[in-house]
Ligand binder design. Sequence first.
Ligand code: PLP
Length: 274
Amino acid sequence: MLAVLGPAGPALADPAAPLLRPDDPGVLRGESVFETVRIAAGRPAFLDRHLARLWRSADRLALTLPDGWEALCALAVDTWPEPDGVLRLVCSRGGTAYALVTAVPAETVAGREQGVRAVTLSLGGPAAARADAPWLLGGVKSTSYAVNMAALREASTAGAQDVVFLSSDAQVLEAPTSTAAWVTAGLLVTPPPDGVGILRGTTMEVLLELCDELEVPYEVRGGAASELLEADEVLLASSVRGVAPVVALDGRELGCGPVTGRLRAAFERRVQAD
Ligand code: PLP
């Protein structure tokens, strides 16, 4: 299901028909911004947070967004016949803006319910690099995700479904499409988005609110790879998959721990109620 945001407002379009111009810098050079939003109970979950991040990403790319995203999302979601789905919002530098709705892949649900095996991979630079050099676009949700996809392919050669990126100075960063956190002796730790130049995850924002409600202690701070590798629990947080327990990291079996399990259940309740 496709809805396009044109000068006259949003309108439904044929998802099988061509949409982007071949000379759009979004196509040629990955200069587009995007968001991936979970549709649950027939509503786009945490849409305000996603739209705020879309505008922040566009600002960092000096890309002008058209108005009308709320109406675009409403049209797309209201037309989608299922209660669950994936809503992708995209705006290219060439000015094409659209909302695409698809079904939630079975492997996404499996990742949430059964967990994922993950490996650590280096992103090649020190933790401060992206925070100190804004042109590296750390923390920007642009469609230049080829590196992230290549990392996932690398993981699959080791029989894993996901990756935790480390810096060259052995700090924990993020995952290719999710925010990382770990639990040691009941304390949840997740890296600071601005401090290490990673994406500010909407799911992690909600999880930290849930930590307050559930009285789970947490710290938002940098963490050494050794902390992650020795943690009792590791989890990956992202909009559509929600909370995915890392059941094995670099071959060390972990399973789904109690804090991860509580947060996953609380997040699923929150997402249905949002
Ligand atoms: N980090 C990266 C690099 C991502 O691509 C994503 C998801 O899109 C996230 C973190 C998690 O963000 P969110 O929880 O808003 O889906």
